[in-house]
Ligand binder design. Sequence first.
Ligand code: NAD
Length: 385
Amino acid sequence: MTNKRQVRVAMIGTGFMARAHSNAYKRLGDFFPELQHRPILKVVCSRREEKARSFAEQWGYESHATDWRKIINRSDIDAVDICAPNDTHAEIAIAAAAAGKMILCEKPLARTVAEAQPMVDAVEKAGVKNTVWYNYRRVPAVTLAKQVIDSGKLGRIFHYRANFLQDWTINPDLPQGGEALWRLDNQTAGSGVTGDLLAHCIDTAMWLNGGIKDVSAVTETFIKERMHQETGKVQQVGIDDACIFHCHFDNGSLGLFEATRYARGQKALYSLEINGEHASIRWDLHDQNRLGFFDHSDDSLVRGWRSVHVSDSDQPYIDRWWIPGVCIGYEHTFVHHAADFFRSLETNEPCSPTFREAQETQKVCEAVLNSAASRQWQDTGVNWV
Ligand SMILES: NC(=O)c1ccc[n+]([C@@H]2O[C@H](COP(=O)([O-])OP(=O)(O)OC[C@H]3O[C@@H](n4cnc5c(N)ncnc54)[C@H](O)[C@@H]3O)[C@@H](O)[C@H]2O)c1
């Protein structure tokens, strides 16, 4: 430990993602021992003192705070990890960049393109390391899909299809807003399933298949009014409960995307399928260690979908974990992302997706929402390189 360079982390938030990221930082040194930098869990911040204190105790942070503004400039903080709701990302990131801190920000980058742009400008002006936690890129099977596509095995791509299905907001009595339910409040979240779920699908899609050129979308809000937890009043629901869009990719392929929180029985089913001239790929989060692969050049007598169990040591990230054949899980995607971020401090390469790349996903999300509102095709303005 003594010869490692410390990266002292300020964690903002104590919820789901704060736990996932804290777990990643804690395991990093054990599973990626070659990294020259080590995270130090310096301070965790949540608005409620009791929550911040107990999180610090449970996860091993040296201290806790209730106002991020009071810790952002501290000289004993090197990196700020933003795990608070979407409406906080811009203000925290811009202040952290001005203070010269590295920033790891949860997705979506912000609520809108306009809100995200000064974040991109701020990190680039300050020259600080930055990344956005679109963690599904770092599921080993999805990383393997990228390698297979880049090797040219699929040939020309015709179709890209993705779904992200949940069912947790069907109950009309569920309130909107406040602790745990901020995702239902458009003011805080910026959108519904588009920014929350489709943003993941869009990030993975552009990473695997290139830029999305234009979109045509439909959204629906099934429950029009819900009680707001903070005001106690019944208020109009502003988020999209479901969204379906189709699109053209820059490479000429067609995309079809769907996300909803009204698919009874589905808890977090993210699935994707890519159809190329020579081969196809499919993957889903419920069976995340498997990659479906169909190769038309196989002998026709045995041709069919293969289910590749991505658990062998020559497959992405797997050599860091257990013996070949045994599985890893959701939490490992965050360890992989943290490892790639820490490695980028040594290589001086960007850790993808950067704020600038995440802004491209933001542009697609916004074009989707604009298309649904206007009932017109929308150009995304994406510049994917
Ligand atoms: N990468 C992923 O797969 C993934 C999954 C879930 C959430 N997210 C993103 O992570 C972020 C957090 O989501 P979550 O599920 O962890 O939410 P959560 O509701 O579980 O936790 C949010 C936390 O932020 C804290 N908070 C709110 N306002 C704050 C403020 N002003 N200062 C400090 N703390 C504040 C809350 O007290 C809470 O601890 C969101 O942007 C969300 O979109 C990403």
